[in-house]
Design a protein around this ligand. Structure first.
Ligand code: F0G
Length: 401
Protein backbone atom coordinates (compact mmCIF):
# COMPACT_ATOMS: atom_id res chain seq x y z
CA UNK A 1 0.00 0.00 0.00
CA UNK A 2 1.28 3.50 -0.79
CA UNK A 3 0.78 6.30 1.74
CA UNK A 4 0.95 10.05 1.50
CA UNK A 5 3.77 11.25 3.73
CA UNK A 6 4.67 9.25 6.80
CA UNK A 7 1.70 7.35 8.14
CA UNK A 8 0.94 4.92 10.95
CA UNK A 9 -0.61 1.78 9.52
CA UNK A 10 -2.34 -0.94 11.58
CA UNK A 11 -0.63 -4.31 11.13
CA UNK A 12 -4.00 -6.08 11.55
CA UNK A 13 -6.66 -4.11 9.64
CA UNK A 14 -4.47 -1.79 7.55
CA UNK A 15 -6.19 1.37 8.77
CA UNK A 16 -4.05 4.44 8.10
CA UNK A 17 -3.61 6.95 10.94
CA UNK A 18 -2.23 10.47 10.82
CA UNK A 19 0.66 10.62 13.31
CA UNK A 20 0.07 12.48 16.56
CA UNK A 21 0.95 12.30 20.25
CA UNK A 22 -2.20 10.37 21.18
CA UNK A 23 -1.88 7.74 18.45
CA UNK A 24 -0.33 4.56 19.83
CA UNK A 25 -2.54 1.67 18.68
CA UNK A 26 -5.19 1.30 15.98
CA UNK A 27 -8.26 3.41 16.79
CA UNK A 28 -10.48 0.79 15.16
CA UNK A 29 -9.15 -2.62 16.20
CA UNK A 30 -6.45 -1.87 18.82
CA UNK A 31 -3.77 -3.50 16.62
CA UNK A 32 -0.14 -2.44 16.68
CA UNK A 33 0.89 0.33 14.30
CA UNK A 34 3.83 0.54 11.98
CA UNK A 35 5.46 3.61 10.39
CA UNK A 36 4.95 3.48 6.61
CA UNK A 37 6.72 5.69 4.14
CA UNK A 38 5.58 6.68 0.66
CA UNK A 39 7.00 4.46 -2.08
CA UNK A 40 8.97 7.43 -3.41
CA UNK A 41 11.15 7.32 -0.27
CA UNK A 42 12.58 3.95 -1.32
CA UNK A 43 13.69 5.35 -4.67
CA UNK A 44 15.75 8.05 -2.98
CA UNK A 45 17.75 6.36 -0.27
CA UNK A 46 21.19 7.67 0.58
CA UNK A 47 23.23 7.01 3.70
CA UNK A 48 25.42 9.78 5.14
CA UNK A 49 27.35 10.21 8.37
CA UNK A 50 27.55 7.61 11.10
CA UNK A 51 25.32 5.91 13.67
CA UNK A 52 21.52 5.69 13.69
CA UNK A 53 20.95 8.99 11.84
CA UNK A 54 23.16 7.85 8.97
CA UNK A 55 19.94 6.18 7.85
CA UNK A 56 17.71 9.24 8.21
CA UNK A 57 16.34 8.84 4.68
CA UNK A 58 14.58 5.73 6.05
CA UNK A 59 13.65 7.25 9.42
CA UNK A 60 10.75 9.48 10.53
CA UNK A 61 11.25 13.21 10.13
CA UNK A 62 11.98 15.07 13.37
CA UNK A 63 12.55 18.74 14.18
CA UNK A 64 15.45 18.34 16.58
CA UNK A 65 17.57 15.21 17.01
CA UNK A 66 18.28 14.12 20.57
CA UNK A 67 21.34 11.92 20.22
CA UNK A 68 24.21 10.39 22.18
CA UNK A 69 25.84 9.18 18.95
CA UNK A 70 24.23 5.76 19.33
CA UNK A 71 24.61 2.96 16.80
CA UNK A 72 27.70 2.18 14.73
CA UNK A 73 28.37 -0.68 17.14
CA UNK A 74 31.10 -3.29 16.56
CA UNK A 75 30.35 -6.14 14.18
CA UNK A 76 32.96 -8.62 15.35
CA UNK A 77 33.93 -11.82 13.61
CA UNK A 78 33.83 -14.50 16.32
CA UNK A 79 36.52 -16.77 14.93
CA UNK A 80 37.42 -18.56 18.15
CA UNK A 81 33.86 -19.40 19.09
CA UNK A 82 32.98 -20.12 15.46
CA UNK A 83 35.85 -22.61 15.13
CA UNK A 84 34.66 -24.48 18.22
CA UNK A 85 31.20 -25.02 16.77
CA UNK A 86 32.05 -25.41 13.10
CA UNK A 87 30.85 -22.00 11.87
CA UNK A 88 33.36 -20.24 9.62
CA UNK A 89 31.37 -17.02 9.42
CA UNK A 90 29.98 -16.30 12.85
CA UNK A 91 29.63 -12.62 13.78
CA UNK A 92 28.58 -10.78 16.91
CA UNK A 93 26.78 -7.45 16.61
CA UNK A 94 27.69 -6.02 20.02
CA UNK A 95 24.87 -3.71 21.00
CA UNK A 96 26.27 -3.42 24.53
CA UNK A 97 28.62 -0.83 23.02
CA UNK A 98 25.80 1.71 22.71
CA UNK A 99 25.96 4.82 24.98
CA UNK A 100 23.77 3.37 27.76
CA UNK A 101 24.93 -0.20 27.15
CA UNK A 102 22.05 -1.67 25.14
CA UNK A 103 20.31 -1.59 21.75
CA UNK A 104 17.50 0.48 23.25
CA UNK A 105 19.43 3.67 22.51
CA UNK A 106 18.74 3.22 18.80
CA UNK A 107 15.03 3.36 19.50
CA UNK A 108 15.20 6.12 22.10
CA UNK A 109 17.06 8.64 19.94
CA UNK A 110 14.10 8.44 17.56
CA UNK A 111 11.36 8.06 20.20
CA UNK A 112 12.51 11.00 22.34
CA UNK A 113 13.08 13.22 19.29
CA UNK A 114 9.51 12.43 18.23
CA UNK A 115 8.23 13.18 21.75
CA UNK A 116 9.70 16.67 21.37
CA UNK A 117 8.19 17.07 17.91
CA UNK A 118 4.79 16.24 19.41
CA UNK A 119 5.35 18.85 22.14
CA UNK A 120 5.44 16.32 24.98
CA UNK A 121 6.72 17.30 28.42
CA UNK A 122 7.11 13.85 29.97
CA UNK A 123 7.78 10.33 28.81
CA UNK A 124 7.20 6.95 30.45
CA UNK A 125 7.88 3.26 30.00
CA UNK A 126 7.51 -0.08 31.71
CA UNK A 127 10.78 -1.93 31.63
CA UNK A 128 12.87 -4.89 32.67
CA UNK A 129 15.67 -2.32 32.96
CA UNK A 130 17.37 -1.38 29.73
CA UNK A 131 14.50 0.58 28.21
CA UNK A 132 14.23 2.60 31.41
CA UNK A 133 17.99 3.28 31.54
CA UNK A 134 18.00 4.43 27.95
CA UNK A 135 14.79 6.45 28.09
CA UNK A 136 15.93 8.25 31.26
CA UNK A 137 19.22 9.24 29.60
CA UNK A 138 17.63 10.60 26.41
CA UNK A 139 14.84 12.31 28.35
CA UNK A 140 17.45 14.04 30.53
CA UNK A 141 19.21 15.29 27.40
CA UNK A 142 15.94 16.53 25.95
CA UNK A 143 14.83 18.22 29.18
CA UNK A 144 11.81 15.93 29.57
CA UNK A 145 10.52 14.36 32.77
CA UNK A 146 10.66 10.57 32.86
CA UNK A 147 8.63 7.94 34.71
CA UNK A 148 9.71 4.30 34.72
CA UNK A 149 7.52 1.37 35.85
CA UNK A 150 9.75 -1.49 36.97
CA UNK A 151 9.07 -5.01 38.28
CA UNK A 152 10.25 -4.62 41.88
CA UNK A 153 13.25 -6.82 42.64
CA UNK A 154 13.75 -8.03 39.08
CA UNK A 155 15.76 -5.24 37.49
CA UNK A 156 19.54 -5.68 37.36
CA UNK A 157 21.37 -3.28 39.70
CA UNK A 158 23.27 -1.40 36.98
CA UNK A 159 20.10 -0.63 35.02
CA UNK A 160 18.21 0.66 38.05
CA UNK A 161 21.19 2.84 38.95
CA UNK A 162 21.23 4.30 35.43
CA UNK A 163 17.54 5.24 35.58
CA UNK A 164 18.07 6.84 38.99
CA UNK A 165 21.24 8.65 37.85
CA UNK A 166 19.42 10.22 34.93
CA UNK A 167 16.67 11.50 37.17
CA UNK A 168 13.73 9.24 36.34
CA UNK A 169 10.87 8.87 38.80
CA UNK A 170 10.88 5.19 39.71
CA UNK A 171 7.57 3.36 40.10
CA UNK A 172 8.22 -0.07 41.61
CA UNK A 173 5.48 -2.50 40.68
CA UNK A 174 4.99 -5.49 42.98
CA UNK A 175 4.50 -7.75 40.00
CA UNK A 176 6.30 -8.67 36.80
CA UNK A 177 7.01 -6.69 33.63
CA UNK A 178 3.66 -7.66 32.11
CA UNK A 179 1.87 -6.13 35.12
CA UNK A 180 4.00 -2.98 34.90
CA UNK A 181 3.20 -2.52 31.20
CA UNK A 182 -0.52 -3.14 31.71
CA UNK A 183 -0.68 -0.57 34.51
CA UNK A 184 1.24 2.04 32.52
CA UNK A 185 -0.81 1.59 29.35
CA UNK A 186 -4.11 1.83 31.18
CA UNK A 187 -3.14 5.06 33.00
CA UNK A 188 -0.83 6.85 30.55
CA UNK A 189 -3.48 9.20 29.16
CA UNK A 190 -4.62 10.14 32.66
CA UNK A 191 -1.00 10.70 33.68
CA UNK A 192 -0.34 12.78 30.59
CA UNK A 193 2.84 10.93 29.58
CA UNK A 194 4.09 9.89 26.15
CA UNK A 195 4.68 6.14 26.21
CA UNK A 196 8.02 4.97 24.85
CA UNK A 197 7.54 1.24 25.14
CA UNK A 198 7.76 -0.62 21.87
CA UNK A 199 4.02 -0.17 21.38
CA UNK A 200 5.33 3.19 20.16
CA UNK A 201 6.00 2.57 16.47
CA UNK A 202 8.75 5.20 16.28
CA UNK A 203 11.03 3.27 18.62
CA UNK A 204 11.07 0.35 16.22
CA UNK A 205 12.20 2.69 13.47
CA UNK A 206 15.40 3.48 15.34
CA UNK A 207 15.98 -0.14 16.22
CA UNK A 208 15.76 -1.33 12.62
CA UNK A 209 19.09 0.40 11.95
CA UNK A 210 20.85 -2.67 13.41
CA UNK A 211 19.81 -4.46 10.23
CA UNK A 212 21.22 -1.66 8.06
CA UNK A 213 24.55 -1.78 9.91
CA UNK A 214 24.78 -5.57 9.66
CA UNK A 215 24.14 -5.42 5.92
CA UNK A 216 26.64 -2.59 5.37
CA UNK A 217 29.24 -4.14 7.70
CA UNK A 218 29.18 -7.48 5.91
CA UNK A 219 28.71 -5.99 2.45
CA UNK A 220 25.79 -8.42 2.03
CA UNK A 221 22.75 -9.88 3.76
CA UNK A 222 23.71 -12.74 6.10
CA UNK A 223 21.90 -16.08 5.91
CA UNK A 224 20.82 -15.88 9.59
CA UNK A 225 20.33 -13.17 12.19
CA UNK A 226 19.76 -14.40 15.75
CA UNK A 227 18.00 -12.24 18.37
CA UNK A 228 17.16 -12.71 22.03
CA UNK A 229 13.40 -12.21 22.33
CA UNK A 230 11.52 -10.67 25.24
CA UNK A 231 8.77 -8.22 24.37
CA UNK A 232 9.56 -9.15 20.75
CA UNK A 233 10.10 -5.69 19.28
CA UNK A 234 13.74 -5.97 18.34
CA UNK A 235 13.47 -9.02 16.10
CA UNK A 236 10.42 -7.39 14.46
CA UNK A 237 12.33 -4.17 13.89
CA UNK A 238 15.27 -6.04 12.37
CA UNK A 239 12.94 -7.78 9.91
CA UNK A 240 11.40 -4.42 8.91
CA UNK A 241 14.91 -3.09 8.31
CA UNK A 242 15.96 -5.97 6.06
CA UNK A 243 12.71 -5.73 4.09
CA UNK A 244 13.27 -2.00 3.55
CA UNK A 245 16.82 -2.58 2.28
CA UNK A 246 15.38 -4.92 -0.30
CA UNK A 247 12.56 -2.53 -1.15
CA UNK A 248 15.13 0.23 -1.72
CA UNK A 249 16.94 -2.04 -4.18
CA UNK A 250 20.04 -2.16 -1.99
CA UNK A 251 19.96 -5.74 -0.74
CA UNK A 252 19.00 -8.59 -3.00
CA UNK A 253 18.11 -11.17 -0.38
CA UNK A 254 16.53 -11.45 3.06
CA UNK A 255 17.99 -13.27 6.07
CA UNK A 256 16.29 -15.97 8.09
CA UNK A 257 15.28 -14.51 11.45
CA UNK A 258 15.95 -16.65 14.52
CA UNK A 259 14.30 -15.86 17.86
CA UNK A 260 15.70 -17.15 21.16
CA UNK A 261 13.70 -17.14 24.40
CA UNK A 262 14.49 -18.39 27.88
CA UNK A 263 12.77 -21.70 28.70
CA UNK A 264 10.71 -20.12 31.50
CA UNK A 265 9.45 -17.25 29.32
CA UNK A 266 8.98 -18.66 25.84
CA UNK A 267 5.41 -18.10 24.56
CA UNK A 268 6.61 -17.13 21.07
CA UNK A 269 8.88 -20.13 20.59
CA UNK A 270 6.07 -22.38 21.78
CA UNK A 271 3.55 -20.91 19.34
CA UNK A 272 6.09 -21.15 16.52
CA UNK A 273 7.02 -24.78 17.22
CA UNK A 274 3.38 -25.79 17.60
CA UNK A 275 2.41 -23.93 14.42
CA UNK A 276 -0.23 -21.90 16.25
CA UNK A 277 -1.47 -18.50 15.10
CA UNK A 278 -1.61 -17.00 18.58
CA UNK A 279 0.58 -17.15 21.65
CA UNK A 280 -0.52 -18.49 24.98
CA UNK A 281 0.79 -16.02 27.59
CA UNK A 282 3.03 -17.36 30.36
CA UNK A 283 1.49 -16.20 33.64
CA UNK A 284 4.62 -16.54 35.78
CA UNK A 285 7.66 -16.02 33.55
CA UNK A 286 10.99 -16.96 35.13
CA UNK A 287 14.59 -16.69 33.97
CA UNK A 288 17.96 -15.52 35.24
CA UNK A 289 18.00 -13.26 32.15
CA UNK A 290 15.70 -10.68 33.78
CA UNK A 291 15.71 -8.47 30.65
CA UNK A 292 13.63 -11.10 28.83
CA UNK A 293 11.54 -12.25 31.79
CA UNK A 294 8.30 -11.52 29.93
CA UNK A 295 5.19 -13.69 29.60
CA UNK A 296 2.93 -11.51 27.41
CA UNK A 297 5.17 -10.08 24.71
CA UNK A 298 3.51 -7.04 23.21
CA UNK A 299 4.91 -7.53 19.68
CA UNK A 300 4.34 -11.29 19.50
CA UNK A 301 2.39 -11.05 16.27
CA UNK A 302 5.06 -9.02 14.49
CA UNK A 303 7.77 -11.40 15.75
CA UNK A 304 5.93 -14.56 14.69
CA UNK A 305 5.45 -13.02 11.26
CA UNK A 306 9.14 -12.11 11.02
CA UNK A 307 10.21 -15.64 11.93
CA UNK A 308 7.66 -17.34 9.66
CA UNK A 309 7.90 -15.01 6.66
CA UNK A 310 11.71 -15.23 6.71
CA UNK A 311 11.59 -19.04 7.03
CA UNK A 312 13.67 -18.76 10.18
CA UNK A 313 13.18 -20.56 13.45
CA UNK A 314 12.73 -20.11 17.19
CA UNK A 315 14.42 -21.92 20.02
CA UNK A 316 14.40 -21.99 23.82
CA UNK A 317 17.50 -22.04 26.00
CA UNK A 318 17.78 -22.93 29.68
CA UNK A 319 19.19 -20.55 32.29
CA UNK A 320 22.24 -22.77 32.52
CA UNK A 321 22.78 -22.57 28.76
CA UNK A 322 22.45 -18.78 28.92
CA UNK A 323 25.03 -18.44 31.71
CA UNK A 324 27.42 -20.85 29.97
CA UNK A 325 27.09 -18.90 26.72
CA UNK A 326 27.77 -15.66 28.60
CA UNK A 327 31.07 -17.03 29.92
CA UNK A 328 31.96 -18.76 26.66
CA UNK A 329 31.56 -15.51 24.72
CA UNK A 330 33.51 -13.55 27.32
CA UNK A 331 36.35 -16.09 27.45
CA UNK A 332 36.72 -16.86 23.75
CA UNK A 333 35.98 -13.46 22.19
CA UNK A 334 36.48 -10.82 24.88
CA UNK A 335 32.85 -9.71 24.66
CA UNK A 336 30.96 -9.38 27.92
CA UNK A 337 27.19 -9.62 27.56
CA UNK A 338 24.47 -9.48 30.16
CA UNK A 339 22.57 -12.81 30.37
CA UNK A 340 19.75 -11.76 28.02
CA UNK A 341 22.35 -10.50 25.57
CA UNK A 342 24.07 -13.86 25.64
CA UNK A 343 20.82 -15.72 24.97
CA UNK A 344 21.39 -15.25 21.23
CA UNK A 345 24.77 -16.97 21.62
CA UNK A 346 23.16 -19.76 23.64
CA UNK A 347 20.68 -20.16 20.77
CA UNK A 348 23.48 -20.33 18.19
CA UNK A 349 25.31 -22.95 20.28
CA UNK A 350 22.16 -25.05 20.62
CA UNK A 351 21.14 -24.81 16.97
CA UNK A 352 24.64 -25.66 15.76
CA UNK A 353 24.68 -28.74 18.02
CA UNK A 354 21.44 -29.74 16.30
CA UNK A 355 23.04 -29.26 12.85
CA UNK A 356 20.75 -26.38 11.90
CA UNK A 357 23.46 -24.26 10.19
CA UNK A 358 25.84 -25.13 7.36
CA UNK A 359 29.55 -24.50 8.07
CA UNK A 360 29.84 -21.59 5.66
CA UNK A 361 26.54 -19.87 6.49
CA UNK A 362 26.99 -16.30 7.65
CA UNK A 363 25.36 -16.15 11.07
CA UNK A 364 25.04 -12.88 13.01
CA UNK A 365 24.18 -13.07 16.72
CA UNK A 366 22.83 -9.81 18.08
CA UNK A 367 24.26 -9.41 21.58
CA UNK A 368 21.88 -6.88 23.00
CA UNK A 369 23.25 -5.63 26.34
CA UNK A 370 26.49 -5.13 28.28
CA UNK A 371 27.59 -7.54 31.03
CA UNK A 372 28.42 -4.68 33.41
CA UNK A 373 24.71 -3.98 33.83
CA UNK A 374 24.13 -7.11 35.85
CA UNK A 375 26.95 -7.44 38.41
CA UNK A 376 25.07 -9.91 40.60
CA UNK A 377 24.79 -12.64 38.04
CA UNK A 378 26.76 -15.82 38.82
CA UNK A 379 29.81 -16.25 36.61
CA UNK A 380 31.33 -19.74 36.20
CA UNK A 381 34.40 -20.88 38.21
CA UNK A 382 37.64 -18.96 37.79
CA UNK A 383 41.22 -19.23 39.06
CA UNK A 384 42.04 -17.17 42.15
CA UNK A 385 44.95 -16.86 44.56
CA UNK A 386 45.11 -14.79 47.75
CA UNK A 387 48.59 -13.78 48.90
CA UNK A 388 50.33 -11.74 51.62
CA UNK A 389 52.26 -8.59 50.57
CA UNK A 390 55.63 -10.34 51.18
CA UNK A 391 54.72 -13.63 49.54
CA UNK A 392 56.11 -14.94 46.24
CA UNK A 393 53.06 -16.02 44.20
CA UNK A 394 54.91 -17.97 41.51
CA UNK A 395 54.84 -21.45 43.01
CA UNK A 396 51.18 -21.25 43.99
CA UNK A 397 50.26 -19.81 40.59
CA UNK A 398 52.08 -22.65 38.80
CA UNK A 399 49.94 -25.11 40.76
CA UNK A 400 46.82 -23.34 39.54
CA UNK A 401 47.80 -23.76 35.89
N1 F0G B 1 18.09 -8.17 25.33
C1 F0G B 1 18.12 -7.21 26.26
C2 F0G B 1 19.42 -6.90 26.90
C3 F0G B 1 16.93 -6.52 26.59
O1 F0G B 1 16.96 -5.56 27.50
C4 F0G B 1 15.73 -6.88 25.96
C5 F0G B 1 14.46 -6.22 26.29
C6 F0G B 1 15.77 -7.89 24.99
C7 F0G B 1 16.97 -8.50 24.70
C8 F0G B 1 14.56 -8.31 24.23
O2 F0G B 1 14.18 -7.38 23.28
O3 F0G B 1 11.89 -6.98 24.09
O4 F0G B 1 12.59 -6.22 21.84
O5 F0G B 1 12.30 -8.65 22.32
N2 F0G B 1 14.31 -5.39 27.23
C9 F0G B 1 13.11 -4.61 27.49
C10 F0G B 1 13.37 -3.59 28.55
C11 F0G B 1 11.89 -5.41 27.67
O6 F0G B 1 12.43 -3.16 29.24
O7 F0G B 1 14.51 -3.17 28.71
P1 F0G B 1 12.64 -7.29 22.85
Amino acid sequence: MDVEGEALVCIDCGRVHKPGPGVLVCEKCNGLLEVSYPKSVFGNVSFNGTGVWRYSSLLPKVDRIITLNEGNTPLVKAENLGRKIGLRNLYVKFEGANPTGSFKDRGMTVGVSIALKFGQKSVACASTGNTSASMAAYAARAGLKSFVFLPDGYVAAGKLLQAIAHGATIVKVRGNFDDALRILLSHSAELGVYVLNSVNPYRIEGQKTTAFEIWEGLGKTPEFVVYPVGNAANISSGWKGFIELKEAGLANSLPKMVGVQAEGAAPIVKAFLEGRGEIEPVEKPETVATAIRIGRPLSWKKALRAIRDSKGTAVTVSDEEILRAQVELARTEGIFAEPAGAASIAGVLKLSREGYFKGDDTVVAVVTGHGLKDPEVKIMPYAELVIQPDENPVEALRKLL
